[in-house]
Design a protein around this ligand. Structure first.
Ligand SMILES: [Zn+2]
Length: 503
């Protein structure tokens, strides 16, 4: 008996179990009633027949032996092939568009896909139509051509299903994995296709690894994601050598960063006593951080659309989990408090001109700036180190005695950073922004200081110095961080989100 097909997506269904009335599609998750699928198969057969009649003379279809091989070859070349070529070109160009986009995502992410991948059901029906042409492709050359067209259509159909799942928010990693398994199979007999073979095998394994992580099997998840990373690296090297697959390289690079983010997450979850509880916290963290990602682009015009940005952030998530499990895994200043907030350290150098009359001296100063890494959830994220003038005589500026424009307090404070663990009950917020994004905030601050001082202060290169956590006291709807003294930040209006994001 011919395999039943899914009435929702058109993919083949697994063999129904004896006495079962329903069968679940492994590619879209739809639960098919067997009778419903059988009706669909009847309709599909009629449709395929109608299509075949529209492109091939009737006597060829009705009789398999009456028409000899030469005539079949002629019919194939004159009527079938031109018809297939346009279809093949369309499917190929859609596949080419799809393989140049990264395709690895965690189920917690808001993935928006702009690419048009068509309707999977139409794509699968396209395969059925192509297969009905097989009796006509009797000459080797024709059979090879038809197989190539079918393979592309097959790839396209499963891609289309994958995109459809994401667009509909159905991010069950098992379903996504199954589609990649089929895409990988479609490349089996394609020559010089090491790059896509490795990549789609890697994506299959990566999604299986996410599935293992979601069900609490951290050992399986770790093994799977490490294999996937290794395969993606090999795929990237192969793609770079093959002009046909070079367009995949940037997408593979993003997938490698995303896979490494997943590796860090699994690593962190392996460290905590209850991985499933850890996973729930991570899910809440992502709800906040995904929203933060949107605000960054809408309000701050920072492009945070690349999920590879989570690589560094997940490393911190792992460090926080390890610190809570007793390892000295995070950088801390000051004593433990009920809430620990993440800061990006920025080391900056500046020179300023002093003395107003005949002699001007340029002095180079090094200081540090802290940027609350929970932006956009912060109402004041930057420690305004230029706000406080150092103590000194009133006329120092005129006499050229000003030693510095800042107090150097934070630079000195950072001398006390230490690697530490924290008690398991501490609430720690991992960073919501990357070091690159923090650099943008730092540059804005530097720019505003340069403007406010009319160019009296000139900045050199600033350096990101990593994340440091400071303990905060919750006071009403804001926080107070004793170590920051007069350089307080503020999270007024955002405390609820930060508590939700805390691990
Ligand atoms: Zn389906």
């Amino acid at each position: 008996m011919e395999a039943l097909k899914c009435v929702n997506c058109g993919a083949p269904l697994p063999e129904p179990k004896e006495g079962e009335e329903y069968v679940k599609c492994e590619f879209c998750g739809y639960v098919n009633r067997i009778s419903e699928s059988a009706d669909y198969m009847e309709k599909l057969k009629m449709e395929v027949m109608g299509w075949l009649q529209s492109i091939v003379p009737a006597q060829v279809i009705s009789s398999s032996s009456a028409v000899d091989a030469v005539s079949r070859h002629n019919i194939f070349v004159t009527t079938v092939k031109p018809n297939l070529l346009s279809q093949h070109l369309e499917a190929s160009s859609k596949v080419a568009g799809l393989i140049s986009m990264p395709m690895l995502f965690l189920p917690f992410w808001d993935v928006s896909i702009s690419v048009d991948a068509g309707h999977p059901k139409e794509a699968f029906e396209g395969i059925a139509k192509l297969e009905s042409l097989k009796p006509l492709a009797v000459v080797d050359e024709d059979a090879r051509f038809l197989n190539k067209v079918i393979a592309t259509q097959y790839t396209y159909a499963y891609f289309s299903n994958f995109v459809d799942l994401l667009k509909n928010g159905k991010k069950d990693p098992k379903l996504l994995a199954n589609n990649f398994k089929k895409i990988r199979e479609a490349f089996e007999n394609v020559e010089n296709a090491e790059a896509p073979k490795l990549r789609f095998e890697a994506l299959y394994r990566a999604y299986m690894s996410i599935d293992a992580m979601m069900s609490g099997d951290m050992g399986g998840a770790m093994e799977g994601i490490r294999t996937a990373i290794e395969m993606l690296e090999r795929s990237k090297a192969e793609a770079a050598k093959n002009p046909e697959y070079i367009p995949m390289v940037p997408a593979i690079e993003k997938e490698i960063r995303i896979a490494r983010a997943i590796e860090s997450l699994v690593d962190g979850l392996s460290a905590v006593p209850d991985p499933m509880e850890g996973l729930m916290k991570v899910q809440r963290f992502f709800e906040v951080s995904e929203n933060a990602r949107k605000v960054l682009s809408t309000q701050y015009h920072i492009d945070a659309s690349d999920f590879g940005r989570y690589r560094g952030i997940m490393e911190e998530v792992r460090n926080v989990m390890r610190a809570k499990a007793g390892e000295p895994a995070i950088n801390v200043i000051g004593g433990p408090r009920e809430l620990m907030l993440p800061f990006w350290r920025v080391q900056l150098t500046y020179t300023f001109t002093t003395g107003s009359l005949f002699w001007k001296k340029g002095k180079a100063i090094t200081d540090e700036l802290l940027i609350l890494a929970t932006v956009p959830y912060a109402s004041r994220a930057i420690t305004d180190i230029f706000k406080m003038k150092p103590k000194g005589g009133m006329f120092d500026g005129f006499l050229g005695k000003e030693a510095s424009m800042t107090t150097g307090y934070l630079r000195d404070l950072m001398g006390a950073v230490r690697r530490s663990s924290v008690s398991s009950g501490t609430k720690i917020v991992p960073p919501l922004i990357t070091s690159e994004e923090a650099k943008l905030f730092s540059d804005w601050y530097i720019g505003s200081v340069a403007r406010a001082t009319s160019g009296k202060v000139k900045f050199g290169v600033s350096r990101l110095m990593g994340i440091v956590y400071l303990g905060a006291e919750v006071r009403g709807d804001d926080v107070f961080i004793p170590e920051l003294k007069e350089f307080q930040v503020s999270v007024r209006g955002h405390l609820r989100n930060l508590m939700k994001a805390a691990l």
